[in-house]
Design a binder for this molecule. Structure first.
Ligand code: HEC
Ligand code: HEC
Length: 387
């Protein structure tokens, strides 16, 4: 299109190529419109549609968000950044059963990857945050994550760093340094963290030798006998192996003690919102129910993506399964029984060979790029930084 553009003003040509990103940006931001490498398997225009109008990407904003993402000064004792629990060396997870935050405080849930989170409609295992901007504020203030006691302290901490003062001014102009602009910058960075370009993506786009025979058999099982695809949905438009819905698979729950737990939740919810209780040690296992208060949501959790699983052990919202064989065996026996178990959870009668084929298929979902990044990145440490 731009080959014969010599006569057309350059800006028009750029406009045609960049319309969705371009339309809502100020002149200053336009000059540095962000170009993000979209990996094989992910649709460029679906990605663009996920960038909100009130937080367009720019090179400078993403750089600021990245700096904040890796900065331990955002935590109460200077030991923890976003990257501690969502570490690029581990496909943006932390290899822990449940996350451990500032002052070594143990949380209640396993840290999910932030790769492709730009495509999620709701955030957290129980979906209690509705945008990436909204999500960011939770860990900053959560007592067992970054533990900042309140927004004012956090903003004062960052305002004491001259470089941040300059960068916030440059990127956000008169909006300056606020909780909202911190969230916007980090969310902008997260929207550039994508995972595609796996053997599966090459296979499905026509390279028939990209997966082994066992992996091909595993893919057939995934869509057929093992019925994984009923919840871990795949389509070329939404290639994330999730329906973005909530299901009870029985992880971390049983009928024993459930009525009592529901009674104590009802009592606690008189003083605190369910959302505030959702991520607490006592009620974490109630999952989406704490947020929606719908009986059908008891012990349901968001279907996670299945990309890069090889790098993100242990699995499930409570980190209770250590290997992919454990996971497939869990499904093979029909999940864990409880009276709210999703009807799709049924014993599968997979043979040992079939279990192995399915595991091999899951391995085909590891991105070459994410794998390379994990191998070339130094893992995060907990050494405290001064502030
Ligand atoms: C102490 C570890 C820890 C730190 C620090 C932390 N997180 Fe998380 N993160 C978690 C855990 C655990 C969850 C899941 C919690 C839940 O579902 O209730 C989570 C969930 C998320 C999600 C939701 C993903 C999804 O698919 O629903 C995003 C996005 C995210 N974190 C980004 C961040 C950002 C950005 C920061 C820094 C501001 C951060 N996290 C800091 C542990 C951490
Ligand atoms: C009824 C819907 C449903 C079906 C069917 C289903 N899953 Fe899941 N899957 C989920 C949900 C929900 C979770 C999260 C459960 C939790 O943590 O409590 C999950 C978690 C997982 C995880 C852990 C991912 C992580 O990052 O922790 C893997 C791996 C997985 N499923 C693979 C499979 C495979 C393989 C199959 C087919 C044998 C399958 N699933 C069938 C809904 C389903």
């Amino acid at each position: 299109m731009c080959l014969f553009a010599a006569a057309i003003p350059t800006f028009l040509c750029m406009l045609l190529l960049n319309l969705p990103l371009y339309a809502f940006q100020s002149k200053a931001q336009r000059s540095k419109t962000m170009r993000v490498q979209i990996p094989l398997g992910i649709n460029q225009s679906s990605w663009r549609k996920r960038i909100p109008r009130d937080n367009p990407l720019s090179v400078e904003k993403v750089a600021l968000g990245r700096a904040l993402y890796f900065d331990k000064r955002l935590s109460i004792d200077g030991t923890v950044s976003c990257a501690t629990c969502h570490d690029p060396a581990l496909a943006f997870t932390d290899a822990k059963v449940v996350a451990v935050g500032g002052h070594d405080r143990r949380g209640t849930r396993n840290a999910p990857t932030v790769l492709n989170s730009v495509f999620s409609q709701t955030f957290f295992w129980d979906g209690r945050a509705r945008s990436l901007e909204d999500q960011v504020k939770h860990p900053l203030l959560s007592s067992f994550e970054m533990g900042m006691t309140n927004e004012t302290n956090l903003i004062a901490r960052l305002a004491s760093v001259p470089e941040y003062q300059r960068q916030f001014k440059r990127v956000f102009k008169s909006e300056g340094l606020t909780m909202d602009t911190i969230a916007k910058a980090i969310a902008a960075y997260e929207r550039t963290l994508l995972s595609g370009n796996s053997p599966f993506d090459r296979f499905i786009t026509g390279q028939k030798t990209a997966m082994s025979d066992a992996q091909k058999r595993g893919w057939e099982l995934f869509k057929g006998k093992a019925r994984c695809i009923e919840c871990h949905k795949y389509s070329p438009q939404s290639p994330f192996f999730t329906d973005f819905e909530f299901h009870n698979t029985g992880v971390g729950i049983s009928d024993a003690g459930l009525d009592e737990l529901l009674r104590s939740f009802a009592a606690a919810a008189k003083d605190k919102s369910g959302t505030a209780l959702a991520h607490s040690a006592d009620f974490s296992k109630l999952g989406r129910f704490a947020v929606s208060l719908r009986q059908a949501d008891i012990a349901t959790f968001k279907t996670p993506t299945l990309r890069d699983l090889e790098l993100t052990s242990p699995y499930m919202h409570d980190g209770s399964l250590r290997t992919l064989i454990d996971v497939v065996q869990f499904y093979n026996r029909g999940g864990n029984p409880n009276r709210y178990l999703d009807k799709r959870m049924q014993p599968l009668q997979l043979s040992d060979v079939e279990v192995n084929d399915l595991v091999q298929f899951l391995r085909a979902l590891t991105s070459d790029d994410v794998l390379r990044q994990s191998q070339t990145t130094t893992p995060q440490t907990r050494a405290a930084v001064p502030f």
